[in-house]
Design a protein around this ligand. Sequence first.
Ligand SMILES: C[S@@+](CC[C@H](N)C(=O)[O-])C[C@H]1O[C@@H](n2cnc3c(N)ncnc32)[C@H](O)[C@@H]1O
Length: 295
Amino acid sequence: MTTVSSATPTHGNYHNYHGYRYHHPGGHDTRLALLPRELLANARVLDVGCNEGWVSCEIAQLWCARRVVGVDIDDALVRMAWRRRRTLWSHQGPTSDRSDLPPSPGAGTSSRRKRKRASHPTTPPPPSSGAADYFPASCQHMFGPLPIPPADTAPALDSGVSENQFPHNISFRRADWVNERIPEDEAGYDVIVAFSVSKWIHLNGGDAGLKRFFDRVRGALVPGGTFVFEAQPRDSYVKARKLHPTLQENAQTLQIQPEGFETILCSLGFKPAQRLGEPGEGRFRRPVDLYVKQG
Ligand SMILES: C[S@@+](CC[C@H](N)C(=O)[O-])C[C@H]1O[C@@H](n2cnc3c(N)ncnc32)[C@H](O)[C@@H]1O
C-alpha cells in the first residue's frame, strides 16, 4: 500500500486545491458544467483523484448520480472529503419533487421545508445560485455539522433521504487507484471522471503507469461507459517534476506526451475524443474530453 506524505505534494495532493479552482460565481465546477446533463443522472460514477471531494460531492448532490465514489491516494484529503459531505448536507436546503422544476440547472429549491427528495430525478437540476443559507457558518462553528439521518431503506423509515440520494449516494476511499482495486470497482462504473490527475500518475509511474491507468479505466467502465478526462498539458510537467528527484528522473524517461493520449485511449477501445471545451482560467485552462468505451 502506498503511503503519501502531505509535506511535498508529489501526487498533486494539494490541500485546499478546490479553494482556488472554485472561484467562479456560484462556486460550481466549470468542468462539470460542460457535461451533457443526462450523463451523470442516475449513473454510477468514480472520481479518480477526488482530493477534498468537491467535484464528487457536486456530482452526487446536484447532478443526481445514483452512486459516487471518490478515491484519492492521500488519506488526509479523503478525511476532508468526508467532512465536506457532512458540511454540504448541513447546508442543503429543502427540496421537492423535481417535476416542478424548470429543465435548467440551478433551480434546486422550493417552498417545502422538509429535507426530502421524493423521487430520483432523471435530469439533474442545474446548480442553484443565490439560495438561502439553511445552516450558517456560525451554527456549524457552535454546534458542528448536522447529523445525517439513516437512509430510507423501507417505506416505514421516513427519514426523507433514500440511499440513492445525497448524502447517502457518495463515499470516499483512500487508494492508489492505478495500482490498487477498491470494492466498488467490481460492479463497474457508467462514468469515470479524472480531472487534473494524469500528470501526477504519469510523473510518478512513468509511461507504464499512465498506460496502466488508462487500462484500469477501460476495465472498470461498463460497455458504452464514459471517461471524462481533463489532462494537464505538457508544459505544466516542468514545474511539477521539480518537486522531487524521483519525478525528475521519471520525467527524463517519458516518451508519451499528452497530445498522444487520445491515440492510446483509442487503441484500448475508446471512440475518438469529443472535446467539450477548455474551461478555467490562466494555468487552469485545460481541455475536457469525453471518451466513450466501445460496447
Ligand atoms: C491536482 S489534484 C486534482 C483534484 C481534482 N481531481 C480536481 O481537479 O478538482 C490531483 C489529485 O489526484 C490525487 N492522486 C494522484 N495520484 C493518484 C492515484 N494514483 N490514485 C488516487 N489519487 C491520486 C492527488 O492526491 C490529488 O488529490
